[in-house]
Write a protein that binds this ligand. Structure first.
Ligand code: DGP
Length: 116
């Protein structure tokens, strides 16, 4: 999918929209989801313009790994390093509504399996 830099997460990255930021480094930003589905619900996004996880080229595999590391770091910092779930929706049919790659970090309640 083509990347549209008018999406809400691009605007958060440009600080045009406020967000409750919990972690940032040179490659990613993490902030609380506006509509949390668990006591901890944070989104980790790359600063690079990638619309969907499956769109990332091989050259960005290290960045994808970094997002997973950052997601774990967020869970640890937030006191949920023992149990958390990461979710990445790819495509509208899978539930993706914002087309800037994001990793959901969910914790703080029982997380059923299989997911919906
Ligand atoms: P997804 O459905 O996987 O594309 O998840 C998008 C998430 O983004 C959804 O859980 C709600 C969240 N979200 C949408 N708009 C905003 C916003 O303006 N601020 C924040 N913090 N989260 C948002």
């Amino acid at each position: 999918m083509n990347y549209d830099d008018g999406n809400v997460f691009a605007r958060i990255l440009r600080r045009e929209i406020r967000a409750a930021i919990v972690y940032e480094d040179d490659r990613c930003l993490a902030f609380r989801d506006i509509d949390p589905k668990a006591p901890l619900h944070v989104l980790v996004i790359p600063k690079a313009p990638i619309a969907c996880v499956g769109d990332a080229p091989l050259a960005q595999r290290e960045l994808l790994g970094h997002l997973l590391w950052a997601a774990g770091e967020v869970a640890r910092r937030e006191g949920h390093g023992d149990a958390f779930r990461l979710v990445v929706n790819h495509g509208a049919a899978a539930g993706q509504s914002v087309f800037h790659l994001h990793v959901h970090v969910l914790a703080g309640r029982a997380l059923g399996w299989p997911p919906g």
